[in-house]
Design a protein around this ligand. Structure first.
Ligand code: ADP
Ligand code: MG
Length: 331
């Protein structure tokens, strides 16, 4: 197995592995067009885990679909830049994109276990997926090394005989190990799991990052989960990325009023399984507003917030899009 240790985490200032600039995703349907992602820009450095967090409907899955080229028919993706390992994902032909996807850019959807064949033993599927790169001894060593050794002791068991959490970890292991991805996109992979199992999945993801030097975009609606695994966090609301910062800064010095509201809504002692309490008001329709999508719920709102979305500004290590930040009113 080609494991390279990455105990040294690459800083965000290194050449990015993934570079996203002004990404828009718009769905078109009978009810009109839905701007799901609006002007989203971020980088992911090699070996870095970026968390994308936000309430349901904020556009997180649409960002993932735009990156993997898996948007449904009728959806439109536009970007000033969408580069992965220096290659332009927008300009790529489908065949080329398919080669990148799954090999260099692995995707783990919300319920990954549904991608296993139900009538073939799990161990046989593992050997089949990993067999191109690893012989049987290496498969055993690798799975033992990431805590999945017990699966090998059940060579005849079908997926139905394993728990959801075990299958989730098997599929994540396949996504990370079958080829040599540089980036793993995980869209709420632990949302359906209970706390203990969720912790096992998160531990596996961290092990894979440390053993393989994988970078990740980890999507969750739960800031508590994100805080346990990510190096940096991007906060989405109404299709906009409103704040990006190192995970420590997000908690120590959140700049955007929405980030503050998210943190304030977390219980003082935050078990990882506790869902985020809703911030007062509703995000419905936020992605249609011309100004800041959080303006109707924002305690610091100014007139200009309803009219115009501010450009991102750097505030310490945070990048934030808020008219209030920098005015000396609590920012
Ligand atoms: N296939 C689709 N057709 C039309 N609208 C969609 C589609 N998928 C998502 N949306 C809309 O796009 C917005 C963002 O959705 P999504 O990216 O799934 O957010 P999240 O993953 O943060 O919950 C929502 O308003 C949602 O209703
Ligand atoms: Mg989603």
């Amino acid at each position: 197995m080609t494991s390279t240790s990455t105990s040294t985490r690459t800083s965000a200032s290194a050449t990015p592995l993934l570079r996203v600039r002004d990404l828009d995703v718009t769905y078109r349907g009978s009810a009109g067009s839905v701007p799901a992602v609006r002007g989203v820009s971020f980088d992911v450095a090699p070996g870095e885990i970026l968390g994308l967090v936000g309430e349901s409907g904020s556009g997180k899955s649409s960002v993932c679909a735009a990156l993997t080229g898996l948007l449904p028919a009728g959806a439109r993706r536009r970007a000033a830049g969408l580069e992965f390992e220096g290659a332009d994902l927008v300009a790529m032909r489908e065949r080329e994109l398919r080669r990148v996807r799954g090999r260099r850019l692995a995707f783990v959807p919300q319920q990954p276990m549904t991608s296993l064949a139900p009538t073939t033993p799990v161990v046989r599927q593992l050997r089949w997926y990993l067999g191109d790169r690893l012989d049987d001894v290496e498969v055993r060593e690798t799975l033992l090394g990431i805590g999945l050794g017990p699966v090998l002791d059940r060579p005849h068991d079908l997926p139905g005989g394993f728990s959801g959490g075990q299958l989730q970890r098997v599929v994540i292991a396949i996504a990370a190990l079958a080829h040599e991805p540089a980036l793993l996109l995980a869209d709420e992979p632990t949302t359906t799991l209970d706390a203990t199992v969720q912790a096992q999945v998160l531990r596996l993801l961290l092990t894979l990052r440390d053993k393989l030097g994988l970078a990740m975009v980890y999507v969750s609606h739960d800031l508590a989960v994100v805080s346990t695994i990510c190096d940096r966090v991007g906060v989405m609301y109404g299709g906009r990325l409103v704040e990006t910062a190192p995970v420590r800064e997000i908690f120590a010095a959140p700049r955007h009023p929405y980030t503050r509201a998210l943190i304030a809504a977390m219980p003082a002692t935050t078990p990882a399984d506790r869902p985020l309490r809703a911030v007062e008001g509703s995000p419905d329709g936020a992605n249609l507003l011309p100004g800041c999508p959080f303006a109707p719920r924002c305690p610091d709102v100014l007139d200009v917030c309803h009219e115009r979305m501010p450009d991102p500004i750097r505030h310490g290590p945070n990048e934030v899009r808020c008219h209030c930040v920098g005015r000396g009113d609590g920012s």
